[in-house]
Design a protein around this ligand. Sequence first.
Ligand SMILES: C[S@@+](CC[C@H](N)C(=O)[O-])C[C@H]1O[C@@H](n2cnc3c(N)ncnc32)[C@H](O)[C@@H]1O
Ligand code: SF4
Ligand code: SF4
Length: 313
Amino acid sequence: MTNLANPTTAFIEISPNCNFNCSFCFSKFKSKKFLSLSEIKVICKRLKELEFEEVILFGGEPTVHKKLGEIIKTAFDNGFKVKMVSNGYRISNDLLKYFKYLDAISISVHGKVHHDEIVKVPGAFSRVFENIKKISEVCPSTGLLFSPTSQNLNEIFETASLFSDYISYFGINRIIRAEESKLLDNKIHYLINEAKRISKELGIISNIAHSFPYCKLRNISDIKFISSCKAGINSIAISNEGSIKICSASDLSVGNIFDYDLYNDEFYEYRKLSWLPEKCKKCKYLGQCFAGCKFSISPNYYCGDVLIEQEEV
Ligand SMILES: C[S@@+](CC[C@H](N)C(=O)[O-])C[C@H]1O[C@@H](n2cnc3c(N)ncnc32)[C@H](O)[C@@H]1O
Ligand code: SF4
Ligand code: SF4
């Protein structure tokens, strides 16, 4: 992996706030600042000069940004593929008019029975369900992201079935750095089987929407059910203050989108890949697996996945 290509996808954390309160949430912000529409215009211009192709509107929760519609249109007018990840609760008819400019949207839904308890908002599930029906009529591609916890593990297939008329993708998150991750690390094989079942029985594309060390798979042919994470190689994240990060799940700043120099030394150091575990450097799957989740241990530094050295997964 020498002469790495430049990143082409940017997650933009337009909002530091959220109307939900999920216990496992990795979104932590240093300030309550929202990226303004004029800052978004500068960011789009900058990303365009750097030949980025895709922006993913992210948060916190993007729908709490008052100018979300205009932000979507601005990114679209700059020629980007525009995607968004949202909890799907605050979707007004006015906002829906802008969804035709989205290439795809992923809505986080965590099961009919336990969703409201997990996000801590009564009535959230039924409102989000109704919103997803409307979104799927205007957005070219609608997907779900399911975060498994101890409560909702047996609701995965049922949730995909319930939404099957409206979605083309069902991603199962692998929770990192939270109480839930301890429980779930040894359930990964069950989660992969659920993704397989959804693909086979419902005809919906499904996978673990997060990286996981391929060498921990019981069956290597399951590779197709694990996302490939090349954070910092083909994607970056931009925080609500313009800080550049390797991944949205990290707090480590590797530059600033508003600075002339853009990336700092840490970014180039990361891309030298000397930090990779020795085992990964020699591995034939490195190009896709890329050492699993680089921030599964800490948001403040990168390293190989927490599970690489674990005997039993
Ligand atoms: C951080 S949220 C931001 C966008 C939006 N608020 C939402 O919930 O979709 C993006 C996705 O990350 C997931 N997520 C949050 N914390 C996580 C964690 N600790 N590990 C893995 N996924 C997590 C959420 O469930 C959601 O699907
Ligand atoms: S809805 Fe998204 S940003 Fe909000 S608390 Fe849940 S995971 Fe975090
Ligand atoms: S790259 Fe590293 S974590 Fe991934 S399969 Fe190879 S040895 Fe395992």
